[in-house]
Design a protein around this ligand. Sequence first.
Ligand code: ZN
Length: 264
Amino acid sequence: MLGKQHVSITLATIFPFLIPALFYTNGDYLIIFGSIIAASVVGSLTPDADCSAKSKLYYDFKFVYDIMLPLQKSVVWIFDRLNLKHKLNLEYEVKHEHRGIMHAPIGILISSIVLTFIAFLVTLILFAESVLIVSLVVFIGLLVGQFLHLMEDSCTVAGINWNFPFGTKELKGRIYTFEKFEGKKDIRPVIYEYSLWSISIVLFFGYAFDKIILPIFIVNSLILLGVVLVWLFIIFTARTNYDFWYQDIEKIKKVKKAARNIGK
Ligand SMILES: [Zn+2]
């Protein structure tokens, strides 16, 4: 999946849970909200440190990749040092390859710990008093961002080996990130983005116009239900192969242009 799609789908999954709190709390929690959003954006891009074909985001957020590259090297280094290959009788060798250790649960755990430590040092210098809570929030954001990245990549034809490097538990879908046939594009990632963002839009207007008067725990349960349902839809449809998913690139351009004209 493309870098921008990772960022968008990840943020659209997290945002609905933040909106009620944004309307209920005052400015005190801005650092917390900022940290969780920044950490999940970084997390949503981190696993692709081992990717050779870097997306446009590489140029937009170069600092993320500047941290990621030594991070990937250090995760591989930690694996070599621990001599896990012999102790655990690994099926796979941990190498510097795409969808290797950075695209596995153990890799995202190690990289989240390393990045949180960097964030801890930075926070300690900038806002000394809230260092523990910010570090905790950053850790959760990084972990959730990276976990969602693995979920998103599990929908593509390349898939994810969730047991890497301890065994094989491959999950894959039928989404082609790049063109499958000449002139056609898989529209599913865009449909997934819009489906998830629509939850935030409904919530935002619901709160802005005082239409949501349910107790917060009911609202949160409904948000959880909505997000889970959209994700079930994503997991299910990513494994299908209907012609409808592959649309003409020219036709997509026309629809986009028409939508832009309506907006004007
Ligand atoms: Zn990836």
